[in-house]
Write a protein of this length. Structure first.
Length: 165
């Protein structure tokens, strides 16, 4: 177990952390907090036990795709995602998760909004759908999303994923 012992407060200084920071050159780590390695349970002398994880992360071959769509269009969106090979996880397919949200936007000059009017704030009850997708299939999945999404500019997020080795 690794136990970190916090430094004792400095006497006569109102803000000890500021006093320590002002003496430390920029970019140099705080050397006053030193690890003390001790076996067994934490002691009663003020030491704080921290666990050390040995798990290493590696970048996955999959990404997470998130798209918000009007609630009335959610089933069609999930179907399009599944047909484009998104949501394949092990021996399962069409895997996704979703939640309800309120989307807000103001279409500006030149926009052709599917919902709302140019220059006016619009609020739409949406379903945010998350799924995973192999990196090789991202272009297909984005094409499928855009083909069924009613918005001129679909809100799509693509996020990297990591796996534990």
């Amino acid at each position: 177990m690794v136990v970190y012992r916090l430094p004792k407060p400095m006497t006569g200084v109102r803000f000890p952390s500021l006093a320590r920071a002002s003496r430390r050159p920029a970019g140099k780590p705080n050397t006053r907090v030193r690890p003390v390695i001790r076996p067994g349970a934490p002691s009663d002398d003020g030491a704080i036990p921290l666990t050390r994880s040995r798990a290493m992360l590696k970048e996955s071959d999959y990404v997470k795709i998130q798209v918000a769509t009007p609630v009335a269009n959610a089933a069609a969106m999930r179907k399009a995602l599944g047909q484009a090979s998104a949501g394949v996880q092990g021996k399962y397919k069409y895997c996704s998760g979703s939640w309800r949200a309120i989307g807000r936007f103001i279409p500006i000059y030149g926009a052709k909004p599917a919902i709302g009017e140019t220059g006016k704030l619009e609020e739409v009850e949406e379903e945010v759908i998350q799924t995973i997708c192999h990196k090789d299939k991202v272009a297909e999945v984005l094409t499928a999303i855009r083909s069924v999404h009613p918005y001129e500019e679909p809100p799509i997020d693509i996020m990297p994923r990591y796996e534990v080795e």
